[in-house]
Design a protein around this ligand. Structure first.
Ligand code: ADP
Length: 495
């Protein structure tokens, strides 16, 4: 199947998306009718304007969520489940339109955008299944005098904040469990990529989501809109995916009103290739772990540690695969690597590469910014990267692989753990003992063992250290949106 990317099809796809705020089930303008431009990173051109919410609009959205909470919490789990199931089916039936929108606003190649549509939809299917499996408990106190009845309750109105790199999946990964648990919510998408979220709000409405359960606020004033909501006392839960830097600010704001948080923050993933690894598998894994989403993923392999005895061969084979990728607008069918999100994102990648080269790294492929419109950067492989280079300590968020060598297991584990982040680590070896030993020692929330992909709606996604708090997806994903409530019941043991 091919997606129609002719000019009229692009114009129609963008025109079909609502551009207003979604509050209490109605599409409404921002205060003063203010809007902001959404651009196409492949051309630098403006795609459309969407509503630019002021703090008062954020408050209206939260008021709608608060007003809807009690009735929504009382709906039957099956009813909530079936809304998610219908939304899952609608998303899949509109794969082409949603993929095109995502490619236009974010830049990823259409084939990856289609993959994200499927991944995003899976969160709704998964949580439609979880919605009807929430259970509690019943017990007896040790002295036999009381019964303990444990119920699970929705945590209450939630604030969900999503990033631009996975515009659809980061939304469904948060909306899915919140809907399943019976929470209402305000969602604030990233200003670079609001269209996927706005389309999703339309789909959930079609699927039967009642007014006020999901409210969407697009804005260029994230700090101004979000802070008063977090400090106002009505938000019961913040679920945030974004940078560690912004995560810290939000945690501080949540402390004052004791708001529960789930934080999916940055990463600095080690990618470790041992001398006994299957190099075909390791190179495949590197392509995925580095190049998924052009490297614009918190799970991206950031530091590649390759055993000295296989480093040259690994680098040569990996660089050959990287050099063979086609760079171009995501809407072109042959494109493997789209543009980076914006000028700032590309500028950071350029600076990191220059810094590594000043510290004697060698370029095997890539490394030069192409001329022309759009924020393109070529797939790049650097070897002999100094452990002091800035890109060993910073999320690269681009298609640049930094390879360094190691000699023994202890050394590489220490180096891999020498970071404040701990989201994911990748490990390539055929030795089962080593796999488990190193897998246990890596200070991360997720390990890819002989694979470059860990994300799966059925698995608990999340990090340790400054990569975050809490988990999304898996059996625990819904827990983040539920409270425990226990009822103490004295029972006389005789009639
Ligand atoms: P990135 O650097 O990848 O854009 P950010 O952490 O800046 O990551 O952004 C992630 C999300 O957090 C976006 O939706 C953004 O608008 C939002 N955001 C940024 N700064 C703040 C803030 N001070 N308060 C609330 N949300 C914010």
């Amino acid at each position: 199947m091919t997606v129609d990317v002719t000019r009229p099809a692009v114009v129609a796809a963008v025109a079909a998306v609502p551009k207003q705020l979604f509050i209490g089930g109605a599409w409404t303008d921002a205060t003063g009718g203010r809007t902001f431009a959404v651009g196409d990173p492949a051309t630098g051109e403006v795609l459309c304007e969407v509503a630019d919410a002021a703090p008062a609009d954020g408050r209206r959205a939260l008021d709608a969520a608060v007003a809807a909470q009690e009735e929504w919490a009382a709906t039957a789990p099956r009813a909530r489940s079936e809304i998610l199931r219908r939304a899952y089916e609608i998303i899949l039936s509109r794969t082409d339109e949603l993929a095109l929108l995502m490619t236009l606003e974010m830049g990823k190649p259409l084939k990856e955008a289609r993959g994200e549509v499927a991944y995003a939809a899976e969160f709704f299917r998964w949580f439609s299944e979880e919605a009807v499996r929430v259970d509690g408990g019943y017990g007896t106190t040790p002295d036999g005098a009381n019964r303990i009845l444990i119920m699970r309750r929705p945590v209450g109105p939630c604030l969900l904040i999503t990033p631009w790199n996975f515009p659809l999946a980061m939304g469904t990964r948060k909306i899915g469990p919140a809907v399943a648990a019976g929470c209402t919510m305000v969602l604030k998408p990233a200003p670079q990529t609001p269209l996927s979220t706005l389309a999703l709000a339309g789909i959930l409405t079609e699927a039967g989501l009642p007014p006020g359960v999901l409210n969407v606020v697009t804005t260029t004033d994230a700090a101004g809109v979000v802070e008063p909501l977090l400090r106002g006392g009505d938000v019961r839960k913040l679920s945030f995916t974004g940078s560690t830097q912004v995560g810290r600010i939000l945690l501080a704001q949540c402390a004052d009103t004791v708001v529960r948080t789930s934080m999916e923050l940055g990463g600095n993933a080690p990618f470790i290739v041992f001398d006994d690894a299957d190099l075909d598998v390791a190179v495949d894994g590197a392509m995925t772990a580095k190049m998924r989403n052009m490297g614009e993923a918190c799970t991206a392999a950031n530091r590649m540690f390759v055993h000295r005895s296989v480093a040259d061969e690994f680098a040569a084979r990996f660089a050959e695969r990287m050099a063979a990728l086609t760079v171009g607008p995501g809407t072109e069918p042959g494109s493997d690597v789209g543009p980076l999100i914006d000028a700032a994102g590309r500028g950071k990648v350029e600076e990191l590469v220059e810094d590594a080269l000043r510290r004697d790294a060698k370029v095997v492929t890539g490394g030069t910014t192409p001329d022309g419109p759009g924020y393109f950067y070529p797939p790049t492989v650097l070897t002999d990267v100094s452990r002091d280079a800035a890109l060993m300590r910073t999320e690269i968020f681009g298609p640049v692989a930094a390879i360094t060598t190691f000699d023994d297991e202890d050394e590489v584990v220490r180096a891999a753990n020498d970071t404040e982040w701990g989201l994911v680590g990748y490990l390539f070896t055929r030795d089962v003992d080593r796999a488990l030993r190193v897998g246990e020692r890596l200070e991360v929330g997720m390990v890819g063992l002989n694979t470059g992909l860990v994300s799966n709606p059925a698995a608990p996604f999340g990090g340790v250290k400054q990569s975050g708090l809490g988990r999304e997806g898996g059996r625990v994903g819904i827990e983040e949106f539920l409270e425990y409530k226990y009822v103490a019941i004295p029972v006389r043991n005789r009639a």
